[in-house]
Write a protein that binds this ligand. Structure first.
Ligand code: C5P
Length: 414
């Protein structure tokens, strides 16, 4: 089926949390449009939402069971609330009422909707809808800022006439707008034209560097490049213009990204400087701190009876520190990583200051953490003027999504 010129594609799962606002009726249209595109839609209705739309209409349009009761024995037996929160690619809250936003911002979980929102490990998109005074209230704006800092994306609200008779900002985005925001986040055609980050220039470093000892030997580390590549891919998926400077990795190039392949730290620095100016730089590469002072052009020979050669090391340039140094070319946002094996947050906080970056993602690479080379990552975000934020352990793609969501919010594109 083709609707609005967009072909239906199979796959994609949305968990739609419908809040109790007059705009809830627009969700029926949203469900219909999502289904037309082959997207699975499971719905959770708050108690208040049931005053505005009936579970029967939602079930009929979604062709799925509708959930609403946290303490339903039959629901829990068939589909526990944790599973419900995880078996989706995207969680959408529409209408996101002032009350729901407040509960989300403060981690309340007193019904199925708020519990699912607290339990989910998936990206969350909210479509706020409320009276203009409620929307403009400092409490709502504070809650919104907290949610955006947590990586929650927003669509709308729009300005206009409201059901209550007042005029102002607070009308829920139209189903077509919410649909576009969902499709963009699911990486589907028909999403926001070039993604919400169109026009943003980004530089990402990824992978290890390889420092020659001689023509056949080198110093390297275990970095796989998975985290940096996932960040570059996610930025590009949302429309940013991305240069990825990568050390030697075995990963495929992320789609839509300009990849510059390098070996050494000095080559990586030169490639990064050639990519400037950019709006945001994310340094995820595991750059070798030192390199052999000399790398003979001939293989170092093992002579019988001779002592093993000693390798004198010299310091490599610090790419992150160089990019983050104050000056006309400094990207507006510079993000670093801090791989630590102990006192992770304390060491990362010191690094944030020392390297003059804006954000740093601290990750625990202690033996057994499985982070280096693995698919998962557990990070704590440190920013200059905010409390550290520990993210739930997730895949490197999930970490990338969350980080890029925050970058989008930072540039007013969330
Ligand atoms: O000092 P440390 O290596 O722990 O710092 C990690 C952060 O600094 C990462 O973001 C890494 O990409 C960056 N870095 C760099 N150039 C170096 C060393 C680290 O860009 N020579």
């Amino acid at each position: 089926m083709v609707q609005d010129g967009v072909p239906a594609l199979p796959g994609g799962r949305v968990l739609l949390v419908i809040g109790g606002g007059i705009a809830a009726y627009k969700c029926l249209e949203l469900i219909r449009r999502l289904k037309e595109r082959g997207i699975q839609v499971r719905c959770v209705l708050t108690e208040a939402a049931r005053e505005f739309v009936t579970p029967l209409s939602v079930a009929a349009l979604s062709v799925e069971k509708v959930y609403g009761d946290l303490f339903s024995l039959t629901d829990e037996a068939e589909m526990g609330h944790i599973r419900l929160s995880r078996e989706a690619d995207l969680v959408v809250v529409a209408p996101a009422t002032a009350n729901l936003l407040a509960k989300m911002a403060h981690g309340l979980a007193d019904d199925l909707a708020s519990t699912v929102l607290l339990a989910t490990d998936k990206p969350v998109l909210v479509a706020p809808a409320m009276n203009q005074m409620m929307w403009g209230h400092p409490a709502t704006q504070r809650n919104l800022a907290l949610l955006q800092a947590d990586g929650v994306a927003t669509v709308g609200p729009n300005a206009g006439d409201m059901a209550c008779g007042e005029t102002g900002s607070g009308r829920m985005a139209e189903p077509a707008e919410i649909l576009a925001a969902i499709l963009a986040r699911l990486g589907r055609p028909g999403g926001a034209p070039a993604g919400g980050l169109a026009g943003l220039r980004a530089l990402v470093t990824s992978g290890p560097t390889r420092e020659a000892i001689d023509p056949v030997r080198f110093i390297m580390n275990h970095s796989s490049g998975k985290q940096g590549h996932a960040i570059a891919g996610e930025l590009a998926r949302l429309g940013a213009e991305v240069t990825l400077v990568s050390g030697p990795v075995t990963l495929p190039d992320p789609p839509g990204v300009a990849v510059v392949r390098v070996e050494t730290a000095r080559e990586m620095l030169a490639a990064c400087q050639a990519a400037l100016p950019v709006d945001v730089a994310v340094c995820a590469a595991a750059v070798a701190d030192w390199r052999p002072e000399e790398a003979p052009t001939q293989k170092i020979k093992k002579e019988a009876g001779a002592p093993p050669p000693s390798i004198r090391l010299v310091e490599n340039p610090d790419i992150l520190r160089t990019l983050a140094a104050d000056g006309p070319q400094r990207p507006r946002l510079v993000v670093g990583f801090a791989a630590e094996t102990e006192q992770v947050v304390a060491h990362a906080a010191a690094k944030l200051r020392r390297k003059n970056c804006d954000w740093i993602l601290a990750n625990d690479v202690a033996p057994g953490s499985g982070t280096f080379g693995g698919d998962r990552n557990a990070v704590t975000l440190l920013r200059r003027d905010a409390e550290p934020q520990s993210w739930p352990a997730g895949s490197k793609v999930e970490v990338a999504r969350r980080l890029v969501g925050l970058i989008a919010a930072e540039f007013g594109r969330g």
